[in-house]
Design a protein around this ligand. Structure first.
Ligand SMILES: *Cc1c(COP(=O)(O)O)cnc(C)c1O
Length: 222
């Protein structure tokens, strides 16, 4: 994407978030836009940073470790979120690199993250990822398993900031967003990481506190 369009893409997304929030009688400032920069190189990311975006998301530890240290060095105030599946053996690296982790989805990862946070004395906020459509191949804990996993995360002193989900493709996401919002209320969790390029306005009207937008900001991925 040409750098002269980064400004306009970003302001368009911000306007759409603000409009959806206003319709839902929410404060637009309560919605955090995470720019999902996976697969995109520094040349595509820099124009968005220059346009004022500071919060970015990646789905792979290795990819983020390769491109973000230099970008951060050059641009103070960057916040980096992990939105992809995390292997337990990368917990140390993830805790060192990321400022939030959206993919806590199983007890072994809770244990690994708790240990990594103790070791590093650094506690990035965590979202428990729910497989909201109960899809066989998808990341996230089963809806039925959420109470136990949340209890484990809390007793391990993980800073639980919210719930995260990626609803099934190709169907209306609204019922899934509404279900995740209900689960969050039922379990006294305040954050809701829902909404991507095709459905972030719906997510905002249903309570999203974090929307994860890639394609609408960067263009199509290879
Ligand atoms: C890639 C990705 C996104 C962004 O998706 P777009 O449709 O490109 O906006 C959001 N969340 C997660 C978990 C992703 O992997």
């Amino acid at each position: 994407m040409a750098s002269d369009t980064a400004d306009s893409r970003l302001s368009t997304i911000r306007d759409r978030i603000a409009r959806a929030a206003t319709i839902a009688r929410r404060d637009p400032a309560d919605v955090t836009l995470i720019a999902i920069s996976k697969t995109h190189g520094a040349d595509a990311i820099r124009p968005l940073i220059d346009a004022g975006q500071r919060i970015f998301g990646e789905n792979r530890v290795q990819e983020a470790a390769g491109k973000w240290p230099a970008l951060r060095e050059a641009n103070p105030g960057i916040e980096l979120h992990l939105v992809g599946q995390l292997q337990s053996n990368k917990a140390d690296e993830a805790v060192a690199l990321f400022d939030a982790i959206h993919s806590v989805d199983r007890p072994s990862l809770v244990t690994a993250l708790a240990r990594a946070m103790d070791k590093a004395d650094r506690r990035p906020p965590c979202f428990v990822q729910v497989n909201i459509g109960d899809e066989p191949q998808k990341g996230g804990c089963a809806v039925a398993g959420l109470p136990v996993l949340l209890a484990e995360a809390r007793s391990a002193a993980l800073p639980v900031a919210g719930l995260m989900a990626v609803p099934p493709l190709g169907v209306d996401a609204a019922p899934y967003f509404a279900l995740l919002a209900k689960l969050a209320r039922d379990h006294d969790v305040s954050g809701l990481s829902i909404g991507m390029s095709d459905d972030f306005e719906t997510a905002v009207t249903l309570g999203a506190t974090h929307v994860r937008v890639g394609t609408a900001l960067f263009g199509e991925r290879e």
